[in-house]
Design a binder for this molecule. Structure first.
Ligand code: NDP
Length: 316
């Protein structure tokens, strides 16, 4: 039996690419649009490297029924356009929460205790010359606000409980059975805490949610950690707030225009910058790839994806 054809929007890690090719005939969009067979392609595999997957792309694939995303965040896919065309979008929930939460705690500690700066100090030979690294701020006694207490936010909160800090959160709804104090807005949460961990989805609904007012409310001892999407933060306001002492420090894994990082951020010493590696371990990326492939296989075998996103419900 011939293998079903899919369109891969951008390259995947080698182990995922090999598994995709084992199961499907893979057309590689980065090598050119497969115009001759476009009408027979019923599924796409996509990831953050591709960028925006919009209505125009969907219209070029008249038989498209599934867009399988490699990753839990699908803000780069126009889900309204997909839903209007009856296209199901799937993502990869459940296989990366703990990994991203680990990274979030690492970034939080690195930012507050200034670990990259301390290592640069050592490597520059300053310690060997007898120059002590300046004492850092501390996580002790802090209150941590989680902006977006979802799957990853809860995994972050579980870890923070072990660190003995107070936890509060904001989401659009107060969650039944969650004992942490809930605040009705990002601004109210920022005013009540001195660490703000951002883990909401990207997209229009959260664009600029952390703005100059929220940063001012976080205050001069405030630490911002963003592992969500760059779009959630007003980057210009953040650069200003870090530069003029409105907040103390920031740890950022994501940026508004990746892989571009504003030069003004690169120039600041009170920010720790990572190249979007939240889920980026070999094992977790492999698990994400497998779940994406399982969604594709399920789609071709049964007409149903395993983990569709809520905006594109499946019939039946
Ligand atoms: P979930 O959907 O499980 O949780 C999202 C949370 O955000 C919910 O608690 C939701 O609560 C809240 N939320 C959603 N919209 C809003 C809003 N407009 N205002 C305030 N709160 C909101 O998502 P995950 O925890 O799985 O993932 C979160 C995001 O993390 C992903 O969408 C992705 O962008 C990012 N991510 C980043 C990674 C990295 O490598 N840095 C890796 C993986 C994910 P409520 O509905 O009550 O508002």
């Amino acid at each position: 039996m011939s293998k079903p054809a899919i369109l891969a929007a951008a390259p995947f890690p080698p182990v995922t690419m090999a598994a995709l090719e084992q199961a499907f005939t893979v057309h590689r969009l980065w090598e050119g649009f497969p115009g001759a067979v476009a009408g027979s392609i019923r599924a796409m595999a996509t990831n953050a490297l591709f960028g925006t997957l919009d209505a125009a792309m969907m219209d070029r694939l008249p038989a498209l029924g599934l867009i399988a995303n490699f990753g839990v965040g699908y803000d780069a896919i126009d889900v309204a356009a997909a839903a209007a065309r009856g296209i199901v979008v799937s993502n990869t929930p459940g296989v990366l929460d703990e990994e991203v939460a680990d990274l979030t705690l690492g970034l939080l500690l690195a930012t507050i205790r200034r670990l990259p700066q301390a290592e640069r100090h050592l490597r520059a030979g300053l310690w060997a010359k007898g120059e002590a690294f300046p004492l850092s701020p501390t996580l002790r006694g802090r209150r941590v606000g989680i902006l977006g207490l979802g799957a990853i936010g809860k995994a972050v909160a579980r870890r923070l409980e072990g660190f003995g800090v107070e936890i509060a959160y904001h989401g659009r709804t107060r969650q039944e059975g969650v004992a942490y104090p809930w605040y009705p807005s990002a601004l109210a949460l920022a005013g009540a805490v001195d660490v703000l961990v951002v883990v909401v989805p990207g997209g229009a609904a959260t664009a600029g949610l952390v703005d100059a007012d929220v940063l001012a409310a976080l205050g001069p001892q405030g630490v911002l950690v963003n592992v969500a999407r760059g779009s959630v933060i007003d980057e210009d306001a953040l650069v200003a707030a870090l530069g003029n002492g409105t907040i103390l420090a920031a740890g950022l894994d994501v940026f508004a225009h990746e892989p571009h990082v504003p030069p003004a951020l690169l120039d600041l010493d009170n920010v720790v910058l990572l190249p979007h590696i939240g889920s980026g371990s070999q094992a977790t990326r492999q698990a994400m790839g497998q779940l994406m492939i399982d969604n594709l296989s399920s789609w071709f075998a049964t007409g149903k994806a395993l983990t569709p996103v809520p905006e594109t419900p499946q019939a039946g």
